[in-house]
Design a protein around this ligand. Structure first.
Ligand code: ATP
Ligand code: MG
Length: 560
């Protein structure tokens, strides 16, 4: 998992359908697509769909996956989102090759298909108000009723649609609708809208159009135009499938993709609806779409997630039709497994207090040898400077500590990682009684952290040499919400359950000097602390900022 090679995903019910379609000769070449609407940034839920669709293209011979921007709603869509989506798909390790498309590429064809529907007497221009359209639609228990405009002549419909297209009507004045059945039990079939008037320029087509196609029409027809063999989508579109089939049957499109639905990914302690993500970003509840606490791919990248970990997670959760909420710990375990393999180790003190070795010569310094990875000798050794004054974690000292506390307390001997055995002798306190310095003596015969007489110490702690260390800010991240399913919170707003401690910023951390040299992409394990990497936005050469990607163990499980 650690390198770039991608293991073929486990099979699933969709791959089994594809296998059968290849076997029976129904298809020779499989074509899937990932069709994001460029109205926000991608999140881990999208990654599930990306891994599924692009994964199929990767694993089947002569297969392809298209990246198609579903850009039919110019009011909400931005080039910023298009660029971010492309970057995220590539970062995840996938390549659309030649197959970059936009629904707007097909605006002419979609319009021609709409005219064809009118000519087949399968579409009409309706002029009811939005309110009346809603009233005429009926509901789950009541049939709808026909609009008085339903029987306009074909010529009149064509003329009206052309005028709509050319901007001769106000928004909301007319609507092109499919002529299906206002009494259909499936409400999606009660004469759904095909085109609406919108006087708005489009990033790709400028102001050529004053009407834009509705998702349900554009989506299935675009799939057919591209010759998609399997249109994979989430379960909520199951009820739309009869409509898609109706459009494609009426239009006799050159291809008729098979739609297969699967359950969307839900993760606990976070939200994934684009509306809510927009709200969090625009309301400055988070620092931006790439806030390291968000489940967005740009946020996860900044946090330090690896693409391999996300692909592994997607493969582990599999693809089924069952809706459920996956625990964040499943994602974090995929992450830990990858980081454990790829991350070299280093020493860093997050809450420093001085340790002074009283019997170590004042001006002396020496280089000790640090092991970069316990299981990967190819990562080699590094020099770790040692001197009289060190920093250790404040909580690695305890006054009147119990027997089981294997770290510093007066009279107790502890191993300093890669260095010496040190016995704590006394501490210095300020006027408030807070410990400001820990003092100890070292045994020169324990260099490298081994004693020659075979005497053992139970505890090993990390440290850095005070004069060699580099200062850094470290950001510790936790769940963004305090409850598992914030989106379902009944009382009040889901934002009420934002975790006030979702980020804790430590300003005066002391790091092993070698960490100042790490690249922005480098993930490191701070021994005993977790996995960290520099913050790609805020970290500067003389003002290092590290993010905690994930702790070493799942501390949340205990918190309950
Ligand atoms: P919206 O349609 O509300 O803007 P969306 O999350 O559906 O939001 P799209 O850009 O339409 O966003 O999604 C692109 C693709 O990603 C769709 O095919 C959709 O099925 C898939 N997708 C989105 N969210 C998830 C999820 N949580 N799990 C799996 N697939 C998802
Ligand atoms: Mg969608």
């Amino acid at each position: 998992m650690s390198d770039n090679s991608q293991e073929p995903a486990a099979t699933n019910f969709i791959r089994q359908i594809i296998d059968a379609d290849l076997e029976s000769g129904k298809h020779q070449k499989i074509i899937t697509r990932f069709p994001p609407e460029p109205n926000g940034y991608l999140h881990i839920g999208h990654a599930k769909s990306i891994c599924l669709n692009f994964g199929i293209a990767q694993d089947y011979p002569a297969a392809a996956c298209h990246l198609r921007f579903d850009d039919t709603n110019p009011g909400k869509e931005k080039t910023e989102y298009i660029d971010a989506i492309k970057q995220d798909v590539q970062w995840l390790g996938f390549d659309w090759g030649e197959n970059l498309h936009h629904t707007s590429d097909y605006f002419d064809q979609l319009y021609a298909y709409a005219i064809q529907l009118i000519k087949q007497d399968k579409a009409y221009v309706d002029s009811l108000s939005a309110e009346d359209i809603r009233l005429y639609r009926g509901n789950l228990t009541e049939a709808g009723k026909d609009s008085p405009f339903r029987n306009r002549s074909i010529d009149e419909n064509i003329e009206l649609l052309e005028k709509m297209k050319n901007g001769q009507f106000a928004e909301g004045e007319h609507l092109l609708r499919a002529k299906i059945d206002m009494a259909a039990p499936n409400i999606n079939l009660r004469d759904p809208a095909i085109y609406r008037i919108k006087h708005m320029a489009h990033p790709m087509t400028g102001d050529s159009w004053h009407i834009y196609p509705m998702y349900d029409f554009a989506h299935c027809v675009s799939d057919a135009i591209e010759g998609i063999t399997h249109s994979l989508c989430t379960l909520e579109f199951e009820d739309h499938r009869p409509l898609y089939d109706w459009f494609l049957d009426q239009l006799q499109t050159p291809a008729h993709p098979q739609q297969i639905e699967f359950s969307r990914l839900n993760l606990d302690y976070t939200v994934m609806s684009k509306r809510k993500l927009h709200e969090l970003v625009e309301g400055a509840y988070v620092s931006g779409w790439n806030d390291p606490r968000l489940p967005t791919l740009s946020g996860m990248r900044r946090r330090g997630y690896t693409p391999a970990a996300i692909r592994d997670f997607c493969s582990r959760i599999g693809v089924t039709k069952k809706d459920n909420i996956v625990e964040m710990s499943v994602l974090e375990n995929s992450l830990r497994e990858d980081l454990n393999v790829i991350a070299p180790r280093a020493l860093a003190v997050l809450d420093p207090i001085k340790l002074i070795i009283d019997n170590y010569p004042d001006e002396q310094e020496e280089m000790l040898s640090g092991i970069n990875h316990p299981n990967d000798p190819t990562m080699g050794l590094r020099d770790v400077p040692f001197a009289k004054e060190l920093y250790i974690e404040r909580d690695d000292y305890m006054e009147d500590a119990p027997k089981k506390f294997f770290r510093f307390t007066e009279g107790r001997e502890v191993r300093l990682r890669f260095a010496y055995y040190v016995t704590c002798t006394h501490v210095v306190k300020d006027t408030n009684g807070n410990v400001t310095e820990v003092h100890g003596t070292y045994d020169p015969d324990t260099r490298g952290g081994k004693s020659e007489d075979g005497r053992k110490v139970k505890g090993t702690i990390h440290w850095v040499s005070a004069k060699h260390a580099v200062a850094a800010e470290v950001r510790l991240y936790d769940r963004l919400f305090t409850i598992a399913d914030p989106a379902a919170a009944k009382e009040g707003d889901y934002k009420d359950s934002l975790n006030p401690d979702s980020v804790v910023t430590l300003k005066n951390c002391q790091l092993e000097a070698s960490l100042a040299q790490t690249s922005l992409e480098q993930r490191v394990q701070f021994e005993r602390q977790g996995y960290f990497c520099q913050d790609s936005i805020d970290s500067k050469l003389n003002a290092l900022v590290f993010n905690r990607i994930v702790s070493l163990r799942d501390s949340w499980a205990k918190k309950g």
